[in-house]
Design a protein around this ligand. Structure first.
Ligand SMILES: NC(=O)c1ccc[n+]([C@@H]2O[C@H](COP(=O)([O-])OP(=O)(O)OC[C@H]3O[C@@H](n4cnc5c(N)ncnc54)[C@H](O)[C@@H]3O)[C@@H](O)[C@H]2O)c1
Length: 340
């Protein structure tokens, strides 16, 4: 039986998700919802589903098991809190919420409700993620570098008045960095630049250093709206090897037996490989299907293979800490912003 979902938010992303939801036999769209009456009507007609304007009407129905939430970011929390209170499973687009405190409360509420909660970081459902999940633990990462170059971006997605811009896409990289490095992020240092292209508060350049385990391991993320012109690379250096990708398809991995003495000695037992991940398909579709499998019980909820609300909250906390660190010119402990 397909999982019956409500699509809440029928804007650009919502309608993109709608096409993917329709394409999979694992899911059936029961109802679509948008506070904009014209959008709700157009989506309902296009998708052959009921159309409503309030998520309360969605939650009053007993034929909806799960919500796919693609409203603008400020509306994620009000909709998702109500959905969790009504014991519905939730896929919510990134970012989970508009503040670390709200995001942490959402994560707690989702765990308390005992329903599935997935945040829309589609990379996690990609073949490259599966390769990295297998390979990275073996190299024992101590240092990471992720670069992001995008063209000029509008500030609409994230928190337009104080983040926006490159941060909208950097939230994906922040989540990837936290997931790939593993362990506990403890503090961040950062610099950001705003307003030189669009003349508003949009962040156009960011350089972020995330410390893990009190600074024993670190990951750097740099992003710009095409100011930097480097390829989008991901690179990890560990005590037992290195891994990098230039195209998000092939992971170049070197493993060795470790360094046992100080000095400029080459590592012993060096083995290098280039691991192709299979052709991508659509990661967002795969993520939605994974969500359906988690809801139906076909996938193990203890190994979700998707970003949990807890992980979504951590990405929001690192983002908030990045901005605070840059604006106050100091290293910010994540405990300062996480759920406090
Ligand atoms: N994962 C990705 O790669 C990716 C890509 C693009 C956008 N997104 C995310 O998707 C979300 C939506 O982005 P978008 O570009 O579609 O925005 P959008 O502004 O085009 O659409 C948002 C829609 O939500 C509706 N809406 C707002 N509040 C609502 C509510 N309370 N109930 C019902 N409908 C409501 C609006 O009327 C609008 O139609 C954002 O969180 C964005 O960050 C994710």
């Amino acid at each position: 039986m397909p999982v019956r979902v409500a699509l809440v938010g029928c804007g650009m992303r919502g309608m993109g998700l709608a096409g993917l939801l329709q394409a999979t036999p694992k899911i059936e769209i029961a109802v679509v919802c948008d506070i904009d009456a014209a959008r709700a009507k157009a989506a309902a007609e296009k998708l052959g589903a009921d159309g409503v304007q309030s998520h309360a009407e969605v939650l009053a129905r007993d034929d909806v098991q799960a919500l796919v939430v693609a409203t603008d970011a400020r509306w994620h929390a009000p909709v998702v809190f109500d959905a969790l209170a009504a014991k519905r499973h939730v896929y919510v687009e990134k970012p989970l919420a508009d503040s670390p405190q709200t995001a942490a409360r959402l994560a707690a509420a989702q765990e308390e409700a005992g329903v599935v909660g997935v945040v829309g970081y589609q990379f996690r459902a990609s073949p490259l993620a599966a390769v990295m999940e297998k390979e990275l633990p073996a190299i024992q990462p101590v240092q990471g570098l992720l670069t992001i170059q995008r063209g000029p971006m509008n500030p609409q997605y994230f928190f337009p008045d104080h983040y926006g811009g490159i941060v909208d896409t950097a939230t994906h990289s922040i989540h990837t960095a936290l997931w790939a490095m593993g362990g506990r992020p403890t503090s961040v240092s950062a610099s950001i630049q705003r307003g030189s292209i669009k003349g508003d508060r949009t962040i156009e350049f960011m350089s972020l250093l995330i410390e893990f385990d009190g600074g024993k391991r670190v990951c750097t993320i740099t992003g710009s709206m095409f100011g930097m012109r480097t390829p989008n690379i991901w690179q990890f250096v560990g005590t037992r090897g290195t891994a990098h990708t230039l195209d998000h398809r092939t992971l170049h991995v070197a493993t060795h037996d470790g360094i046992r003495e100080a000095g400029n000695k080459p590592p012993q037992g060096l083995v290098t490989r280039a691991i192709e991940s299979p052709p991508e398909g659509d990661s967002t579709r795969r993520l939605l299907e994974r969500f359906a499998d988690l809801v139906s019980g076909e996938a193990d909820r203890a190994a979700p293979g998707a970003a949990t609300f807890r992980e979504g909250a951590e990405a929001v906390a690192v983002t908030a800490a990045m901005v605070r660190a840059a604006e106050e010119g100091r290293r910010v402990d994540l405990a300062e912003v996480m759920g406090s």
